[in-house]
Design a binder for this molecule. Sequence first.
Ligand code: UDX
Length: 456
Amino acid sequence: MYNIAVAGTGYVGLVAGVCFAEVGHQVTCVDIDEKKVSLMKSGVSPIYEADLEELMQKNYVAGKIDYTTDYKSAYKDADAIFIGVGTPEQTDGSANLSYIATVARQISETIEKDCLVVVKSTVPVGTNDKVEQFIHDFLVNDVKVEVASNPEFLAQGSAVHDTLHAERIIIGTESKWAEELLMNIYDPFNLPIVSVNRRSAEMTKYASNDFLALKISYMNDIANLCELVGADVQEVAKGMSFDERIGSKFLNAGIGFGGSCFPKDTKALDYIARQNGYELRTVKAAIDVNKDQKTLLYKKASKRLITFNGLKVAVLGLTFKPGTDDLREAASLENVPLLLEHGANIYAYDPAGTENFAKVHPEGKDSKGSITYVSNVEQALNGANVCFIFTEWGEIKATNPEIFKELMRTPLVYDGRNIYRVEDMQKAGVEYHSIGRKPAIRSVVKESRNLELYNS
Ligand code: UDX
């Protein structure tokens, strides 16, 4: 068993640290945020993630994991230091590596024994060569130190499961010593390990994420065409999924991909390509399709309604996907400001994301409209003129089509996640627009009488 330090306690660092402790290693997680550290020591997870808190508490009590702001004590006698700090996107699409550089500098000044530095954060190809050089340049003690790449593939909402049961572990090393040490650290996980060179490992992360982003954007593109030619994208996806070469996952058309990885990693790879004098046309196309997709339903609704001014708008789901309180690149962040600018009175419901969303849009008057946060679907729908669904939370999916008809002043629904069967909404008397499928339209006679739609 090894003595492991982890720099950064975000999704990547904290989950890795907890899972290393769970398989028996001795782990110290380092973060600069004192408050966060004392929170974690008291057994509270700073992120919303299934199973994480339970494993944090269990391993803390067992003495397998600790949290500190004192990086010196954590790094000085570590066998391996995993770096899981953020690499946020900059305005030109490149990754900001300043947090990695800070940690690298701290490592070079504190390590007192041979140590493997493992970069888990997603970094541009070639970064780990530079990190190694940087550490050697500033190294204080006469010890051996190497850098390995070990990209992270966990998805939010299932991070612990994804780590303990990963389909593969990618390790990128430049020496037998580093390769063997990293393999030994992962040995207790009993998972397939793919050992490659450092640059290939860095590239594998981008290539995998961007492939999935492309897959989603491809389906969104097909969905938009399906609408025009009268096909149904869910039926098309079903037909495609039986081909094992295509597979059944990530074929869901919707309101575009969000989160901390796909938007950032597509732009980063596009940037890396441009830096190298190459145009990565496929990834660029995915970025473009995704940008348009995010506000597709808003555009459709604005044509249908003429104005949002004074309308009561129910918003169901704010996070970029279910199972997380994370809002990064969520469709809601683009659509809510548009609705507010156009005078909508929004009633928003999300099982976990409300607190974070209220930091950006505090409750009350906002722009030309207003926003109110409610604690269930029914409260959001009550008396609403129109409803937007941005996230497919279980609580939202469980809402019966009849509820929309019963509670809304005008049952008009724009669903960015294709939660409902069009037939069911039609049967319930709900006007229903989704992605890549024909709409459910109420009868023309009823439609022309629906003047209340415009008079909130
Ligand atoms: C992703 C990758 O799955 C993970 O391997 C990587 O390490 C980090 O990025 P994450 O961003 O947490 O994980 O969530 P994921 O479940 O992949 O969803 C990303 C976005 O794509 C979400 O907005 C989701 O709604 C969207 N999506 C996903 C679709 O629109 N359609 C799909 O079929 C699948």
